[in-house]
Design a protein around this ligand. Sequence first.
Ligand code: ADP
Ligand code: MG
Length: 321
Amino acid sequence: MESFIEVKDLTKQYMSATEVPILALRNLNLDAFENEIVSIMGPSGSGKTTLLNILGGIDTPTSGFARVGSYFLTAPDMMTRFFSSASHTDFRRSTVGFIFQLHNLSPIHTAQENVELPLIFAGVSREIRNKRAKELLENVGLSDRATHRPDALSGGERQRVAVAAAFANKPKLILADEPTGELDYENSRMLCDLFLQLKKLEDYTMILVTHDSKVAGIGDHVLEMRDGAIRGEIPKESVTDIKLTPSGTEEEKLQKAAPIPFPPKFCGSCGSNSIIIPKMDSKTGLWTESGGQKTHIELKFAQCANCGHVFWQPSKIEMDK
Ligand code: ADP
Ligand code: MG
């Protein structure tokens, strides 16, 4: 399988005010497969934001190779040869969603309008963007806050609106830069839960930069960044300890951890609202393993009657003792 993100020998040099060059990235290598969450931890100044800015097409590397899907994010002198600035903008709009430490919501727009803004820039019709924004606010558990402006929302709610906005254009790549940096433990936990729940509704690959090892633990891989390069992978066992599911019985945990209505009312794949539930074997499931504990998850399925896209959600979780 070919990786979705491929970065080789990436270098970024900034000139400081005193004309001393700063090497923010030094021969950085990174690979990520489609639908993975890759967490990156590293001290302040190690180049994490610089890397995200390059992967998101808002900055360009000094040298090296970076590819996201079919887009090659080359050095500035090459950019003009391979990309017009328009296609660079197109890359951002079609492929990337950003989530920052401080939500970047418009203070004069409501939650619903904030989620619609990226869709307006993408030229999506009023009817479709209205529907998509409603769907996303529902997915992040904020349907009842749709008409609130950011100043009437809590920090955790604002960040969830920012997540909904980042997902608006169905980006293949979500770049999150310290998304829980301003949140308390409970809101951080909720945001992590949300990222994992959204995996069932949206296809996305995420690069998640965080200082918090509990947050990093939701990643399929946790990478350590130092001095402008990825220095290695941190074993999952040493980071996974955020309490992702609230206490209670397995069934209660499942319901609390799965706030997303199922079957979904709206097909994220084709935009139609004709979803049906096919008769699939209810025993269909999958095994996951975490810290030596094997868990069997049964799945329920729904299918869009219009485009055939199949949705699934866990319906039962059994621990293997
Ligand atoms: P991190 O996100 O890991 O804290 P950054 O990517 O923001 O690190 O920064 C990496 C290094 O590059 C730092 O030394 C920082 O001061 C420098 N740097 C970042 N952006 C610029 C810029 N626009 N101009 C000059 N130096 C910069
Ligand atoms: Mg940073």
